[in-house]
Design a protein around this ligand. Structure first.
Ligand SMILES: [Zn+2]
Length: 83
């Protein structure tokens, strides 16, 4: 599995933001409030943002200028950059 396969619905095009999201299994009592809305979270999710780029003819992922966020699943999904 390559780095890019870890992301969801990757378009076959450079310059697109891509995401993966997973539950941390913890609440905000341990991890702090949602980084999007600031409220308490029962099940904190971590969303990782990546950006596709052309690496000598092969699509690859960079994390430059990308931001990872902890919070409510819904808040994270809403905060994704539009393609
Ligand atoms: Zn939230």
């Amino acid at each position: 599995m390559t780095e890019i396969d870890r992301f969801e619905d990757v378009p076959n095009e450079p310059g697109r933001y891509v995401y993966r999201i997973k539950s941390t299994g913890h609440s905000s009592a341990r991890l702090g409030g949602c980084e999007v809305c600031g409220e308490h979270v029962t099940e904190v999710f971590l969303q990782v943002e990546g950006l596709t780029f052309d690496n000598d003819g092969e699509l690859a992922i960079t994390y430059a200028d990308c931001r990872d966020l902890f919070g409510h699943r819904g808040c994270l999904l809403e905060g994704r950059k539009l393609q």
